[in-house]
Design a protein around this ligand. Sequence first.
Ligand code: MSP
Length: 511
Amino acid sequence: MATRKTFYITTPIYYVNDKPHIGHAYTCIAADAIARYHRLKGDEVFFLTGSDENSQKNIAAAHAAGYTDMDQYLGIQAAIWQQAWDGLNISNSDFIRTTEDRHKEGVYTFFDLVNKKGDIYKGVYKGYYCNGCEAFKTETEVGDDIMCPLHKKPVEMIEEENYFFAATKYKDALLDHIEKNPDFIQPASRRKETINYIKDHFADVSISRHFKTAQCGIPLPIDPEQAIYVWFDALINYLSGIGYGTDNEAFEKMWPANIHLVGKDIIKFHCALWPAMLMAANLPLPEKVFAHGFFTINGDKISKSLGNAIDPVQLCTTYGVDAVRYFLLREIRFGEDGDFSFDRLQGRYESDLAKGIGNFTSRVLTLAAKVSAKDLEHTESLDDGEAKTMIEESWKTYAAAMESCALDDALKAIWECISWGDKYMEQNKPWELAKSDPSHFSDTMVLLLEVLRHVSAMIYPFMPDTAEKLWRQLDIESFERTHTSEQLIEWIPGTVLRPSKGDSLFPPLIS
Ligand code: MSP
């Protein structure tokens, strides 16, 4: 039996010092759509997310909330994040916490290799540090007012003796890799930004902090008075989450990752520091790092620190999970920035969902109920050439878009199938044919049901609940369980024999 292709996708691991906001949900929802698409294709998918727990932000938040026991606080917070992802129907295979032993093992294994290679040295670090970013900032970044440009808060000047990773040893190899692999960093604008950063600003990085200032973290094996600095620790989750240091067979099966999906704010860590670390540890580099843009509210970054966050779970109680998932991925070109607005969410709910896919489904299923299973199976007289070509072309456009993370384009391709179906109905008027030409009527419905079957499969990665509802109404079992990837995209009229109209997919919103 041929082995299935593996597909490993990750999101950043989140700081859990508050509950998730819509920006965090965006990365997870996008990763989930890509993961589900690959499952639909038949790939063996591993989808990793998790929590970045060895961070001073978490300590500050725990103290502010009156906790003295960090383990207890982190346990509660990590559970809140996992529950939020469950609520958004995120199908992650695992949730890694950086305070887990399996992660520590991975970090030790990794550190040991890099240290033996001679890439760790002791030095003095002096620089501006933003607690919000958990990162040092350059003079240019902090400007004259000495503030973090992202958090709009003052940065601290820190000076201490700690350990460094000789990242610059890999500068040329890194630039070479980026040049030879145009898809390694996407979108192209981020690739350019990374190249400029590596050429002009890449430096060795401090990878430890004294426990006196760090308060938490994994002790550095060669100097237990120091903790491993957040990014050098956090990035390794992508390895430890699949068994690095604990289950080598599992690790070898999945590494290298196919996609690290990240927000544009953390691109330099993922496209410069991380590949340099991997080179130092003699590990292959991920196939692609894709950086999405930022949602803003009235032009401001949504952030815990600015206090303007929207709770995605609460949003779902009003609009439904699938509408929120759809909106976030359809509204903004994936990779670019966008502004969040309730008016636009409402607008898309009504036009694309209620009147779009909802109405199309309801019309097709109401009419199809008038045709017997025997007639729905009968396809000899069916004139379906144009529909077949339309669906085949749509799958091609859809697949190309999914493969290149153009998620909004994939959604557009689906909605073009729906428009085609609407137009076909207007032209053929099946409600009239039902009386005047029963044979042509059943043919029309066979064709429309097959279009709907394809639409139901294509929407699955984006709107899994709606797809499941549709599959129940079309009386076909979940494709993931019963269909091969080939059958899924094949045009097979006469597949749907017992359609039944259920509840409306997107009922009118109660205002
Ligand atoms: N802990 C680090 C990541 C370590 S990965 C080895 C971190 N965490 S975070 O919680 O601050 O952010 C996690 C993700 O949420 C990032 O991809 C970030 O870009 C994304 N977003 C945070 N705010 C966002 C918006 N307003 N809009 C879109 N994405 C946003 O960074």
